[in-house]
Design a protein around this ligand. Structure first.
Ligand SMILES: Cc1ncc(COP(=O)(O)O)c(C=O)c1O
Length: 397
């Protein structure tokens, strides 16, 4: 099919949730390169929204997934599952958490984490402790609880009243955060770098304040690392940059290298609140998804991809900052590792994104002023140079 034919089918049969999509339909990929129905080629700095950490057609991932599909794709969580047990072990031994539950998406991972917070305080005999503080402009997912957690009115408006109560405070505002805490506060849930709202990192002082509140007021720290986790920021988990140990961490996106999988991890004392029957899933952690996770983690931890991502992140940011120093159109470059935001002085991000596409580059556009760059972690310096050159050209003077 060509693009027009796909568009026709889509507009007739698909629910109109994505509106007018970017007019490209990809058919295949290799490394960071994508091809579309019209035979055009692109270099991808978006990676399916920070998902395809090993790029496209990664030989080992392809081989192991093919092997796994032929062996066993899905069983059920009624039975034991070797890949699931091994992936859980890998995540635990490489994090500050003790136990894992696998889901299918980021929203589901967060939904599970929210249930665990509630159950933890029920088990403590303090069911009144059920308020969760999240941040304005955060994004935690599209299920009803995670929409309520998300600090953006536009996602909540059509579904009011929302059942779950979340208190939203301004990012990096320590005083507002302190004022929002009360005896019913159960958890503070944050992204260390807000992705959907334009790659906005939390300041160290703000994270210290969160840490102190959690310690002093018996409040759990929940890190939504759906986007920042699995090497995206140059470390396996973004919490490592801040020297904190969350009680719960949620993951998805990069974990399966493109195969849907989500997870939430918790400290033993918190995880112990879940007893048989409290939570479950049909698909979560199936042999195929967890095989993908095993390949991804092994590539990151034992085949140098994590170190490479860290180095490429430093290089990319430095090159973008050099461009900023010579081009007054860029206000600042922010983010960590391969999760970078280029903030423009003016509302030109959609236009820049379109011009980059014409030059064969895919970048994320957030609102009107930010480019979000979250390429595959296997990206090379030459590919980064190519992008910076293209951005330089489209920005002009
Ligand atoms: C920080 C964060 N949390 C949760 C989600 C939701 O993940 P999913 O779309 O897999 O449900 C996202 C998705 O963009 C995200 O960036």
């Amino acid at each position: 099919m060509n693009l027009e034919q796909v568009q026709e089918l889509d507009s007739k049969y698909y629910m109109n949730t994505f509106g007018k999509r970017t007019p490209i339909c990809f058919t295949e990929g290799k490394g960071i390169c994508l091809k579309d129905t019209e035979g055009r080629e692109y270099k991808d700095f978006f990676a399916g929204i920070a998902v395809n950490c090993l790029g496209y057609g990664h030989p080992r991932l392809v081989r192991e997934l093919q092997e796994q599909v032929a062996m066993l794709t899905h069983i059920s969580n009624v039975f034991y599952n070797e890949n699931q047990a091994r992936l859980a072990e890998l995540l635990v031994t490489n994090s500050c958490l003790d136990r894992v539950f696998f889901a299918n998406t980021g929203a589901e991972a967060n939904e599970g984490a929210i249930k665990l917070v509630k159950k933890y305080f029920v088990e403590q005999g303090r069911p009144e402790k059920r308020e969760i503080i999240t941040l304005k402009n955060s994004f935690h997912g599209r299920t009803l609880a995670t929409v309520a957690a998300t600090g953006q009115e536009k996602y909540q408006k059509p579904y009011q009243p929302l059942l779950e109560k979340f208190v939203h405070v301004e990012v990096n505002n320590c005083e507002e955060l302190k004022a929002a805490v009360n005896n019913n506060t159960a958890a503070i849930m944050v992204e260390f770098i807000q992705g959907e709202s334009g790659v906005l990192p939390l300041q160290e002082e703000f994270v210290k304040t969160i840490q102190n509140i959690c310690k002093e007021k018996e409040v759990l720290l929940v890190a939504d690392e759906v986007q920042t986790g699995i090497g995206r920021t140059g470390k396996l988990f973004a919490y490592e940059w801040y020297g904190v140990e969350p009680d719960i961490v949620t993951l998805a996106k990069g974990l399966g290298g493109g195969v849907p999988i989500g997870a939430f991890l918790a400290k033993e004392k918190v995880a112990a609140a879940f007893v048989p029957g409290d939570h479950g899933t049909t698909f979560g952690g199936n042999p195929l998804a967890t095989r993908a996770g095993l390949v991804v983690l092994d590539e990151l931890l034992n085949n140098g991809v994590l170190t490479h991502a860290d180095e490429m992140g430093v290089y990319f940011k430095k090159e973008l900052e050099k461009l900023k120093d010579t081009n007054s159109g860029i206000e600042l470059v922010r983010g960590k590792g391969l999760m970078l935001g280029v903030v423009f002085q003016e509302e030109i991000a959609p236009e820049i994104g379109a011009k980059l596409r014409e030059k064969g580059y895919i970048a994320g556009v957030v609102g009107k002023k930010v480019l979000r760059l979250v390429p595959p972690l296997i990206i090379t310096t030459e590919e980064i140079d190519g992008f910076v050159q293209a951005l330089t050209t489209v920005l002009g003077k």
